[in-house]
Design a protein around this ligand. Structure first.
Ligand SMILES: [Zn+2]
Length: 365
C-alpha cells in the first residue's frame, strides 16, 4: 500500500525517479531481496525465539493481539522450525535488511526494529538521497509523525538528503527553525561526548502531492546533513526519545525500601499487550492514616500520546523533585497526596506510535 502511494506521488511529480528508486529498508512485511543474491537467510533460524509448548499458554496467546504480529495471533504463533517447534517473528539477533554489495558501497543501512522505533520503509533514490516512509500507528491508516531510527555505514563529509514523505501534520516548527535530532554513537563515546544534538540544513516541511485516504494530503519533511564520522551509527528522532524501559528504570530507582515513606509504586492496570501501567503515590507516609486521608489529592499523568516524549522529561524531573529533600518537596508531601501515572500508554510508546494505543484509538479523544 505504501509503495503504491509512493509510486502515485512519483507519477504526479513526473520526476522519473521511480526507475532508480530501490527499497533498501522494510521493517514489516518484506523479506530482504538483498539476501537472495548472497544465498544467505534473512533471518537465522537459530536466532528465532521459541514459544512455550504449554498448550494452555498458547490458547491464552491466541485470544490476544500482539503488537508485532501483523494479523495478530496467527502471525504471533508463526511457522514451525526444522525441529518442529513453533517460532514467532521475534529474533534474538536482527540482520540488516540491506546487504552491502562491496566494501566501497556507501548506501546507508537503516534500522528501526527497536523499542519506540518508527520507520516503515526507505527508498534510495540515488545521489545519497533517501525517501523515508513512516509506520502508521498500530491498527490505523491515519497517524504518522513520530520517527525514530538508526542509520549506519555513514561516510564523513558526504552530504545526505532525507525526505520523510508521509507525515500528517499540516504545519511544523521545522519551518520556524527547528532542526532534526541526531545521536552519534561515536560522538557520544568520546570523553565529554554529546548525546542528542540538533543538526541539518535546508530543512523544510511542505505539503506533497500524495492524498490521504479520507481527505487531506501528506507532508514531507526534507533536510540535509553531513555526518561527523565514517562508519558511525547515528540515531534520528522526532523528539528526544524516552522509552517505557526508561520509565521503568526511573521508577525502580525512585521506589526503594529506603524511600517507602515518601513514594510507593503500584500497578494501575495491565495494558492490551500485558505490560504494567504503573502508578506511584507520593506523600508523607509517616503521618497517621487519618491525617493522610484529609490531604488533597493531586493527579498527574503523561504520555497518553507516545509521540510527545518531551512530556516524559517533565514527568521525570517532577518525580525526582517530589521525592527530594528540598524544603518545598517536603511541604508538598506533608500536605498533598500525589497520584502519578508517568506513562498512560506504554504499548503505544513501545511500538513507536504517534498518538494511539494498540486499540488504534487516540485515548484522550
Ligand atoms: Zn498530547
Amino acid at each position: 500500500m505504501l509503495a503504491e502511494e509512493y509510486e502515485q506521488m512519483e507519477a504526479e511529480n513526473g520526476t522519473g525517479q521511480s526507475a532508480n528508486a530501490k527499497i533498501i529498508y522494510d521493517c514489516l512485511d518484506e523479506n530482504s531481496p538483498f539476501y537472495e543474491k548472497t544465498k544467505e537467510a534473512y533471518f537465522e533460524e537459530a536466532d528465532a525465539i521459541e514459544l512455550p509448548t504449554d498448550e494452555i499458554l498458547l490458547q491464552e496467546m491466541r485470544g490476544k493481539n500482539y503488537p508485532f504480529g501483523g494479523n495478530g495471533a496467527n502471525n504471533f504463533l508463526g511457522p514451525l522450525n526444522s525441529a518442529g517447534k513453533k517460532i514467532n517473528r521475534y529474533y534474538s539477533k536482527l540482520k540488516p535488511y540491506y546487504v552491502k554489495e562491496s566494501d566501497s558501497d556507501n548506501t546507508l543501512i537503516f534500522e528501526s526494529r527497536f523499542e519506540s522505533g518508527n520507520l516503515r520503509r526507505v527508498l534510495n533514490i540515488g545521489d545519497n538521497q533517501y525517501n523515508l516512509i513512516l509506520k502508521y500507528d498500530h491498527g490505523t491508516t491515519t497517524y504518522t509523525q513520530w520517527y525514530y531510527f538508526k542509520v549506519s555505514n555513514t561516510r564523513k563529509d558526504v552530504r545526505y538528503k532525507f525526505n520523510i514523505i508521509n507525515l500528517i501534520k499540516p504545519d511544523s516548527s521545522y519551518n520556524q527553525g527547528q532542526k532534526p535530532l541526531f545521536y552519534s554513537v561515536k560522538e557520544a563515546s568520546k570523553p565529554g561526548g554529546v548525546g542528542w544534538y540538533r543538526d541539518g540544513e535546508n530543512i523544510c516541511y511542505y505539503q506533497n502531492s500524495m492524498k490521504r485516504k479520507g481527505g487531506g494530503a501528506y507532508h514531507t519533511l526534507s533536510f540535509e546533513v553531513t555526518f561527523k564520522n565514517d562508519d558511525d551509527e547515528v540515531y534520528l528522532a522526532h523528539c528526544y526519545p524516552y522509552t517505557y524501559s526508561d520509565c521503568c528504570e526511573l521508577l525502580q530507582k525512585l521506589c526503594t525500601n529506603e524511600t517507602k515513606d515518601k513514594i510507593r509504586k503500584t500497578v494501575l492496570t495491565k495494558t492490551l499487550a500485558g505490560n504494567d501501567c504503573e502508578m506511584v503515590i507520593i506523600t508523607n507516609f509517616l503521618s497517621r492514616p487519618e491525617e493522610i486521608a484529609l490531604r488533597r489529592a493531586v493527579i498527574l499523568t503523561s504520555r497518553v500520546h507516545p509521540g510527545e516524549s518531551n512530556a516524559s522529561y517533565l514527568m521525570h524531573g517532577t518525580l525526582e523533585y517530589l521525592v527530594s529533600d528540598d524544603e518545598g518537596a517536603r511541604y508538598l508531601r506533608d500536605n498533598f497526596v500525589f497520584k502519578v501515572i508517568p506513562m498512560l500508554n506504554p504499548d503505544g510508546v513501545i511500538v513507536g506510535n504517534y498518538r494511539c494505543s494498540l486499540s488504534g484509538l487516540d485515548l484522550n479523544r
